[in-house]
Design a protein around this ligand. Structure first.
Ligand code: SAM
Length: 378
C-alpha cells in the first residue's frame, strides 16, 4: 500500500442519511455540480468538487476535502452526516434485519453508529408499515448524552431510537423483559483512539507497533512536521492517545502505554461478555478506533474462549458470511495477534490510516450464534 502522508490524501467521508434522503437526491441537489469519479484517489487528486460513491458501504460518499459541506442545507438539516468510512463498518456489519428484533447500541455518544443503525432499520420497513424494531442507545457520560440526543434528533432517528442518558451498559439487566427481543448489539466502547485522525483530518498518531505493521512505514504527524520542520519527522515519535472527547494525551513511556492498554482491554472484554448474556441476541459487533492488538484481536480471542461464549454458542462471524462490502474489504486482522488462527484473523476487519485507502485506523469483528436457548438464570 502506498503511504499517505498528507491531509489532502483523505477525502471527506459523507454518509447520506437514509432517514431523510437518498444518494440519488443528493447527487441531483447538493452535489449537482460535482464530477463523479471512479476512485477515492481521484477525489483527493482533483482540486475541487469531485465525488466517489463508495464501493463497500451503501449510502457513503467520498467528497473533495475542500468542499465546505457544513455550510450546506443538507448538512444542517441532518440529511448528510460527516462520518469516516471505517466508522460505518460496525452498523453495516451488524446488518440488523426485521427478524433480528430490537437493537442495542451500548456505547452510543455522539451517535454516529446509533443513527446509522436507525437508518438501516428504517430502510427495511416496507412502505405503509410501521417500524416494529427499537434501537436502544445507552451512554454512560451525561454530557456526551446531550450530544447523542441532539444527533438523534437532527438525524430524524427519534421515533426508532430509545435513549438512556447517563446509563452504564454494564448496569443494564440482560434478563429484563424490556430487552427480551434484543437480537443485535453494537459495542463500540472507549478505546485508546490510536487510529483516529486529528480534528483537522490529519493523522496525529504515532504508534508503529500495530500487528504485522513492523514492515510498514509508521504514520508521521503532518501537524508536527509542519510545526517543527522536515527533520522533526525523523525523530522517534511519542505515542499519543485520544480520548472520547478528542483530547490528546502523550504517553511518555512504553510501560505507561502498556498499562493503559491493559486497563482498556479488560474493560472492553467485560462489556463484550455482558453483551453475550442477552437471551435473544444472535449478532454482535465489537469495534474500536484503535490499531492495537491488545484492544482488538486479543479481546476477540479472550471473548471466544470465555465460559459464557461456550455456554451460549457464540462464535466469530466468518468472512464468507459477512455483508458483501465487508467481505470484499481487503484489510484483515493479524494472524499473529489472533493466536495463529488464520480464520479468526480473516474474520477481523481492520483499517490503518496510512494504508492508502483514505480512512482512519479501525477494527471490527462480528459474533453470531444460531440458537435462541432459554436462559432463565441469566
Ligand atoms: N459509537 C459512538 C459513535 O459512533 O458515535 C462512539 C462511541 S465512543 C468510542 C465510546 C462511548 O462509550 C463514550 O461516549 C463513552 O462515554 C461511552 N461509554 C464508556 N463506557 C460505557 C458504559 N459502561 N456504558 C455506556 N457507555 C459507555
Amino acid at each position: 500500500a502506498e503511504f499517505l502522508g498528507d491531509a489532502a490524501d483523505y477525502p471527506r467521508w459523507v454518509r447520506v442519511n437514509a432517514l431523510k434522503t437518498t444518494v440519488e437526491d443528493q447527487l441531483a441537489t447538493t452535489f449537482a455540480d460535482f464530477t463523479r469519479v471512479l476512485s477515492v484517489k481521484e477525489v483527493t487528486a482533483s482540486p475541487t468538487k469531485s465525488l466517489h460513491v463508495d464501493d463497500h458501504i451503501p449510502n457513503l460518499l467520498a467528497v473533495s476535502p475542500s468542499f465546505q459541506i457544513t455550510k450546506t442545507e443538507a448538512y444542517t438539516s441532518g440529511a448528510l452526516i460527516l462520518q469516516d468510512k471505517a466508522s460505518c463498518f460496525p452498523a453495516y456489519l451488524l446488518d440488523p434485519r426485521s427478524e433480528d428484533g430490537d437493537v442495542i447500541d451500548s456505547c452510543a455518544a455522539p451517535g454516529n453508529k446509533t443513527t446509522h443503525l436507525a437508518a438501516i432499520v428504517h430502510s427495511r420497513v416496507p412502505e405503509n408499515e410501521e417500524c416494529s424494531q427499537t434501537v436502544y442507545a445507552f451512554e454512560k457520560d451525561s454530557k456526551r448524552s446531550r450530544t447523542l440526543e441532539k444527533m438523534v434528533k437532527i438525524a430524524g432517528a427519534k421515533d426508532i431510537t430509545r435513549m438512556s442518558f447517563g446509563q452504564d451498559f454494564l448496569r443494564v439487566d440482560p434478563n429484563s423483559g424490556l430487552f427480551k427481543n434484543v437480537g443485535c448489539l453494537l459495542l463500540d466502547p472507549s478505546c485508546s483512539g490510536s487510529g483516529i485522525l486529528g480534528r483537522d483530518d490529519m493523522p496525529t498518531i504515532h504508534l508503529p507497533e500495530a500487528p504485522d505493521a513492523a514492515k510498514k512505514q509508521p504514520a508521521t504527524s503532518n501537524r508536527k512536521r509542519k510545526r517543527e520542520g522536515p527533520d522533526a519527522a525523523a525523530e522517534k515519535p511519542q505515542p499519543i492517545l485520544v480520548d472520547d472527547d478528542g483530547k490528546e494525551t502523550v504517553v511518555s513511556s512504553e510501560k505507561e502505554l502498556k498499562a493503559r492498554l491493559e486497563a482498556l482491554s479488560s474493560f472492553q472484554l467485560i462489556l463484550l461478555l455482558h453483551a453475550f448474556k442477552f437471551p435473544a441476541a444472535k449478532k454482535i459487533t465489537y469495534s474500536t478506533c484503535s490499531i492495537h492488538a491488545e484492544e482488538n484481536e486479543h479481546v476477540v480471542l479472550k471473548a471466544l474462549q470465555s465460559d459464557i461464549a461456550r455456554e451460549r454458542g457464540w462464535r466469530i462471524l466468518p468472512r464468507d458470511q459477512q455483508v458483501r462490502g465487508l467481505r470484499d474489504w481487503p484489510v484483515r486482522g493479524s494472524v499473529d495477534a489472533s493466536g495463529g488462527d488464520a480464520d479468526i484473523a480473516e474474520a477481523c476487519i481492520r483499517s490503518y490510516q496510512d494504508d492508502g485507502r483514505g480512512v482512519m485506523g479501525f477494527f471490527v469483528a462480528g459474533f453470531v450464534r444460531d440458537a435462541r436457548p432459554d436462559f432463565e438464570d441469566g
